[in-house]
Design a protein around this ligand. Structure first.
Ligand SMILES: [Mn+2]
Length: 429
């Protein structure tokens, strides 16, 4: 029987320096009205996020002067009256133009780019920067997976509030246009995202006008209803199917996509959202494609829900988890150690079917040691001539499998050993 010893890390398909991480920390709140979202990056960094990315995940961090948080106060005009119903138009335009430059300067070096917000208006800059760099480097369009309770696709004319954090998708797709250079006129063709390459996940609070925009433009959107119906695994699969396998992915994650139970400290919380596991899963699955080139995490506002003792702490924790899952080098192939030697698995089939919702194929009479397992999305598969088995990872995995779970890790060959303590009750009988 062929036993493959290789433990392979996810290979990046579109980054020339996938272990280099450009970090842009945006202390900006001008795309909406609530103070405090400009404190988001500091809270995330003070919680240890960047040092985890560097020490635990092994990224080489690039950011001007050790990832300073930008307030952009030097480029925000003193007077900024509305244009076409937009609040703070010149400020948001100037800041997002600057962010586009920052993101572009990392992305053109073939680095992964992480942007910490800030309100979601900043995605005008992050997507503009990624789109331009990937066009230059690869001659390709990017796709954007926008994870959010809201569609953020109002035009200045359809927006009820005039807050630009509800409009970024309209600007980066060209649905909203403005010639004035001081009001997003700096957005050129090569900064834009094709509407065919946009997918939403997690929507549950969409304005009537936005629904019309989504429908009329045939935009792919998976709401919480779709997630309830199909499950998060299938939804991510369908989202990836829509954008295609040969497309670099920019993930723009609004922390309000998560249920307020997990992320209460955000400007526009909406109940009935993603669990933290569903949010983490989206990020892990996107990372696993090897196509991810940029990640935004936005709308963490540590000044909100501050009356609940754990509100800000939990929100920062959830946000950090989202980022780590998107950037973590999760292994798809694992080798079980001799720990499993004596666990015969006869009789396993009926047991599994009675206690789990899925999945066992074939007759199992072998032992489980020293074999290669394919950690394919959320199922552990093991197929040989006389044994075929699949175990949902939720049974054996309480958290993402990370590099630190591996013994004898060899960076050169990307080989390692992983011990997964399967519950012994699975093997009785
Ligand atoms: Mn948003």
């Amino acid at each position: 029987m062929h036993v493959d010893m290789c433990t392979s890390m996810v290979k990046s398909r579109f980054l020339s320096n996938p272990h280099d991480l450009g970090v842009v920390a945006v202390g900006f709140s001008g795309g909406q009205g609530k103070a405090g979202v400009d404190d988001g990056p500091v809270a995330l960094i003070e919680s240890g996020l960047i040092s985890q990315l560097s020490q635990d995940l092994g990224y080489k961090i690039h950011g001007d002067e050790e990832v300073q948080v930008h307030s952009y106060s030097d480029i925000v005009p003193a007077e900024d009256p509305p244009i076409r119903n937009m609040k703070n138009p010149r400020s948001v335009s100037a800041v997002t133009a600057k962010i586009a430059d920052q993101v572009y300067s990392h992305a053109r070096e073939g680095r992964m780019v992480l942007t910490l917000g800030g309100d979601h208006s900043i995605a005008i800059g992050t997507i503009a920067g990624t789109a331009k760099a990937i066009r230059e480097r690869m001659g390709r369009e990017i796709a954007v997976i926008w994870v959010d309770a809201h569609a953020d696709i109002n035009t200045p004319e359809t927006s009820g509030s005039g807050n630009i954090h509800g409009m970024p998708v309209a600007f980066v797709t060209g649905l909203a246009k403005e010639e004035r250079p001081e009001c997003f006129g700096w957005l050129k063709e090569d900064n834009l995202l094709s509407i065919r390459k946009l997918v939403y996940i997690g929507l549950r609070d969409v304005d009537a006008a936005e629904k019309r925009i989504l429908r009329e433009n045939g935009i792919k959107a998976f709401s919480m209803f779709d997630i309830d119906r199909h499950g998060i695994g299938r939804v991510v699969e369908m989202a990836l199917g829509h954008i295609g396998n040969d497309t670099p992915i920019h993930l723009s994650f609004d922390v309000d996509a998560l249920d307020p139970m997990w992320a209460p400290s955000t400007g526009t919380p909406v109940r009935g959202g993603l669990t933290i596991r569903e949010g983490d899963y989206i990020c892990e699955a996107l990372h696993e494609t090897g196509n991810l080139v940029a990640v935004d995490l936005v709308e963490v506002n540590p000044r909100l829900a501050a009356d609940t003792p754990l509100g800000p702490t939990e929100t920062v924790r959830a946000g950090s988890s989202i980022v780590r899952c998107a950037l973590e080098l999760i292994c798809r192939i694992a080798l079980l150690t001799p720990y499993m030697n004596t666990l015969a698995i006869a009789g396993f089939s009926s047991m599994m079917q009675s206690t789990l919702s899925t999945i066992v194929v074939g007759v199992m009479t072998s032992k489980l040691s020293g074999r290669t397992f394919d950690l394919d999305s959320d199922v552990l598969r093991y197929d040989t001539k006389d044994v075929n088995l699949s175990i949902p990872l939720s049974v054996i995995r309480q958290r993402p499998i990370t590099r630190s779970d591996f013994e004898d890790y060899e960076p050169e060959t990307a080989q390692a050993r992983l011990t997964i303590p399967l519950p012994t009750t699975l093997f009785e009988g």
